[in-house]
Design a binder for this molecule. Structure first.
Ligand SMILES: [Zn+2]
Length: 47
């Protein structure tokens, strides 16, 4: 029994600190795909 886990394993959500774009990826992301800015890993947003 794992209970309820809203986090999808293997999927990360990053937010660009420059343009605030949120990017989902199943891997590692080091820069914004839109503007090339710095990104930070954030919690998975509610859907
Ligand atoms: Zn950006």
């Amino acid at each position: 029994m794992n209970g309820i886990d809203p986090y999808k394993p293997g999927e990360s959500v990053y937010e660009c600190v420059s343009c605030s774009r949120q990017i989902r990826t199943d891997g590692h992301l080091s820069s914004c795909e839109e503007c090339g800015g710095e990104v930070r890993n954030i919690a998975v947003p509610r859907e």
